[in-house]
Design a binder for this molecule. Structure first.
Ligand code: ARG
Length: 459
């Protein structure tokens, strides 16, 4: 295809430079948004009397035909076009003649590409939110199943206090809920229309930018034409929100890898979400979790690429900005695939509740409860803490757990201990007396599940 801008030069670009300059290989995915934007633009031009109604109808019919032919496969995108905008405009003119040449009145590729990208990312963001919703639902289902399964909670990866697996899972549901909220918030700034900013300065035609914004389902036109064509904050914001999605998936992945190891064996992944080894017949590897953890680096890389591309760019449009697309597309593609695989993996996960309980019985994770027992009987907490620590040290030497010590042995440390101490340090008691808001007791986990399920209705 020739160049839409041939005139000052003959448009003959050196082959290597032309390939380097071309974006069609990655912006062709914007074809639908490009056509939708152009249809709204043609309608506005006619509504304002800038082109005739007949010309606008021809353009709109032509564009609709291009869209359906692209979707049916009757029309192929020509790789020799400079970008998707040129391809659509040139195809239109080749189909409908001179009327096609009027479409680019009162616009520029600079506002056009900014519009296309916003429209495309609007759908992508909706898709990611729907996938997050699916994952949150899946996590809530698992949390419901395991709301009373006792396991050790960790700090510093050292056994710390007893929690339930359901409570632990719900921590991830909260993260994903915030992720969805961040995307919704970013959408408020994404859904602003740059079209009509033209090259940078606005236009001498009597256009109606609000008409176009409304037709395209956007909230309002941007207020400054220079900002309209220069702004890529929305890519950075979205990529930043996606980076946090990946951070959360990656932390979850790490735990899945740990939990499915022989050292823990807290969970079993379903066979269809694991792989084997080419040499070690016994292996069942958690590759999906590892890949998600690995792909997190890609999305962070996309974010840094976007931020660095924008840093130091003078206003208004610069060709550097063509580099926005591969980064933001890659971030969305990666996150969508990771969310799909994650939901499937979590659905098929089963917990080895016996193993979890056995682990919870080791490591003296009820030592805080022992201290709290004394404190509730009037011993100041710092003193209770010291006594309990000494008891743990004694137990370690004697190779006993806290509930294996006799009352006589306890009496050596404090005369406050009575027979009811055993009930107080029972792991189920430890879990179910943590009734504080957001705590680990079963009712609290049930409430968290209910609240999250209510809140995802608004995603
Ligand atoms: N392919 C270009 C991009 O993605 C479209 C805008 C071209 N504008 C220009 N002034 N050359 O940014």
């Amino acid at each position: 295809m020739g160049k839409i801008w041939a005139g000052r030069t003959d448009g003959q670009v050196n082959k290597i430079a032309d390939d380097f300059n071309s974006s069609i290989s990655f912006d062709s995915r914007l074809y639908k948004e490009d056509i939708t934007g152009s249809i709204a633009h043609a309608a506005m031009l006619a509504a304002k009397g800038i082109i005739s109604k007949a010309e606008s109808d021809l353009i709109i019919d032509g564009l609709s035909g291009i869209l359906s032919d692209l979707e049916s496969g009757k029309l192929q995108i020509d790789d020799s076009a400079e970008d998707i905008h040129s391809f659509v405009e040139q195809t239109l003119t080749s189909r409908i003649g001179d009327a096609g040449k009027k479409l680019h009145t009162a616009r520029s590729r600079n506002d056009q590409v900014a519009l296309d990208l916003r429209l495309y990312l609007k759908n992508e963001t909706d898709e990611v939110k729907a996938k997050l919703k699916e994952l949150i639902n899946t996590v809530c289902d698992k949390a419901e199943t395991y709301k009373s399964a006792v396991m050790p909670g960790y700090t510093h990866l050292q056994r710390a206090q007893p929690i339930t697996f359901g409570h632990h899972l719900m921590a991830y549901a909260m993260m994903f809920l915030r992720d969805a909220g961040r995307l919704t918030d970013a959408q408020k700034r994404l859904l602003i229309s740059p079209i009509g900013s033209c090259a940078l300065a606005g236009t001498t035609y009597d256009t109606d930018r609000s008409f176009e914004a409304q037709k395209l389902g956007l909230l309002s036109p941007c207020a400054n034409s220079i900002d309209g064509v220069s702004d890529r904050d929305f890519c950075v914001e979205l990529c930043s929100a996606l980076s946090l999605v990946m951070a959360h998936l990656s932390r979850f992945s790490e735990e899945i890898v740990l939990w499915s190891s022989w050292e823990f064996k807290f969970i079993e992944l379903s066979d269809d979400y694991t792989t084997g080894s080419s040499i070690m017949p016994q292996k069942k590897n958690p590759d999906m979790a590892e890949l998600v953890r690995g792909k997190t680096g890609r999305v962070y890389g996309d974010l840094i690429a976007l931020l660095t591309m924008l840093k130091g760019l003078p206003l208004a449009y610069n060709k550097d900005m063509q580099e926005d697309k591969e980064s933001i597309f890659d971030a969305f593609d990666t996150v969508k695939r990771c969310l799909d695989v994650f939901s499937g993996m979590i659905k098929g996960l089963t917990a080895n509740t016996e193993k979890m309980l056995t682990a919870a019985k080791g490591g003296y994770i009820n030592a805080t409860d022992l201290a709290d027992y004394l404190t509730k009987k009037g011993v100041p907490f710092r003193t209770s803490y010291k006594i309990s620590g000494e008891i743990v040290a004694y137990c370690i030497k004697a190779s006993k757990t806290l509930d294996e010590l006799t009352l006589d042995e306890y009496a050596n440390f404090s005369d406050v201990f009575e027979n009811d101490l055993y009930a107080a340090i029972d792991l189920n008691t430890c879990v179910n007396t943590r009734t504080s808001l957001g705590g680990t007791c079963v009712q609290s986990v049930e409430k968290q599940i209910k609240d999250v399920r209510d809140r995802i209705k608004d995603i």
